[in-house]
Write a new protein. Structure first.
Length: 402
């Protein structure tokens, strides 16, 4: 790490001191020596909130106390041990201190380069969670950049996009989220809740316009649309249908039961739309609303066997010559694992994903599933059948001692 790495991006600079300040430092040098000078400089810079030069002063003090050259030359890698490790520790501490001072002043975007340089996003993530801007706050854009694109707190960054730039921007931002399934699930849940709220409000408004003025509060979407074909007459719709399809596609990530129920209600609404307003997709979700409804019902414990059968019927016959279609199998395996049906998942993987490494999959592969279920004998059998020496050896090495 180089001292200039983190804070140069913050834009925090200090103005030159006037002559009496320099004279005071010279007097301090005569009275208290080098340590007094360094402490005086550090105290003044911290008091005046000149954080970029404060970092330099903290590092100057570290070099002095470690007996290193005060005016650096060359790479830190050239320093002998233990001074190199000691200096790096002081460097990290200085960055942490300056970053925290900036956070204490509410300067989250300026603090981020310091914490990013030492791979400690936690304090910035916490500050972002506590940041609740009013509409039009000029800091929103820079903090979304830090949180979402900088990676300091992607979930909070996505939430800010949704709150201040709307559903369309949030859906576009979803693709730039990190691969973390926990983060993506949390963001998908935010979109489901937002879209569900908007659709409910729009439906109640339209029903009021049609003369249904005594609707009970809190009615779910299926109750609002049941038996009311006039809502969908002449290809009518009550929410952006592209947003609806996009959010429903994210719904298999959801884990909270209430969110799953809301997503299922969105599917029930989508199924009532004119066929021209429904989006086709790739298998196994080629009928977006019907197929996602089957998946969500199973996760909710409704029609579980029917849901499994629904996606089992979409499995292709294994292609012995060309590139196999593996997405339907992965979707089914993920569903089975969510339902704690590991043995069934192993059977699907053995037939549909033979020899395909986990790195190429969006679900656990056969080896991982067998290890998870403690069925290494099954893995040995499959590896023998495929002539897979590596997987066979891995399973063999894990056999219980006889």
């Amino acid at each position: 790490m180089e001292p200039s790495t983190a804070a140069a991006e913050s834009g925090v600079t200090g103005a030159p001191f006037n002559a009496p300040v320099f004279e005071a430092l010279e007097a301090t040098m005569r009275e208290n020596g080098p340590a007094g000078v360094l402490d005086a400089v550090i105290d003044r810079l911290e008091t005046e909130r000149k954080y970029r030069p404060l970092l330099d002063a903290l590092l100057l003090k570290a070099r002095h106390e470690l007996g290193l050259p005060l005016l650096e030359s060359g790479s830190l890698a050239l320093l002998p041990e233990p001074q190199r490790t000691q200096y790096e520790e002081r460097y990290v501490g200085a960055l942490r201190k300056v970053g925290q001072l900036l956070l204490d002043q509410g300067e989250i975007a300026n603090a981020w380069p310091y914490f990013r340089a030492i791979s400690e996003p936690g304090p910035v993530a916490t500050a972002l969670d506590a940041f609740h801007p009013e509409a039009g706050d000029p800091a929103i854009g820079s903090l979304i950049e830090v949180a979402l694109h900088g990676g300091a707190n992607p979930r909070r960054g996505f939430e800010l996009v949704l709150q201040h730039y709307g559903t369309c921007s949030a859906i576009s931002s979803f693709e730039s989220l990190p691969a973390s399934e926990e983060v993506r699930a949390a963001c998908a849940a935010q979109l489901v809740r937002t879209l569900h709220t908007h659709l409910t409000e729009n439906l109640r408004s339209e029903l009021g316009r049609l003369g249904h003025t005594k609707l009970a509060p809190g009615l779910p979407i299926p109750a609002l649309i049941s038996g009311r074909e006039e809502l969908f007459a002449e290809e009518a719709y009550h929410i952006d249908v592209s947003h609806l399809a996009s959010v429903v596609r994210m719904s298999p990530l959801l884990t909270d039961r209430d969110d799953l129920t809301k997503a299922l209600e969105l599917c029930e609404y989508g199924r009532r739309l004119s066929p021209r307003l429904r989006y086709d997709d790739a298998p196994p979700f080629d009928q977006v609303y019907e197929d996602h409804a089957a998946y969500l019902k199973a996760l909710l414990g409704r029609e579980v066997e029917a849901g499994i059968a629904h996606f089992r019927a979409k499995l292709p016959q294994p292609d012995l010559e060309g590139q196999p279609e593996i997405v339907p199998a992965q979707v089914l395996i993920r569903l089975l694992l969510r339902l704690n049906r590991v043995d069934d998942a192993i059977e699907v993987a053995a037939v549909q994903l033979p020899g395909i490494p986990d790195a190429m999959l969006a679900c656990p592969g056969l080896a991982t599933l067998c290890a998870r279920a403690g069925k290494l004998d099954r893995l040995e059998t499959e590896a023998r059948a495929r002539g897979d020496l590596v997987t066979f050896a891995a399973a063999l090495l894990q056999r219980p001692a006889s």
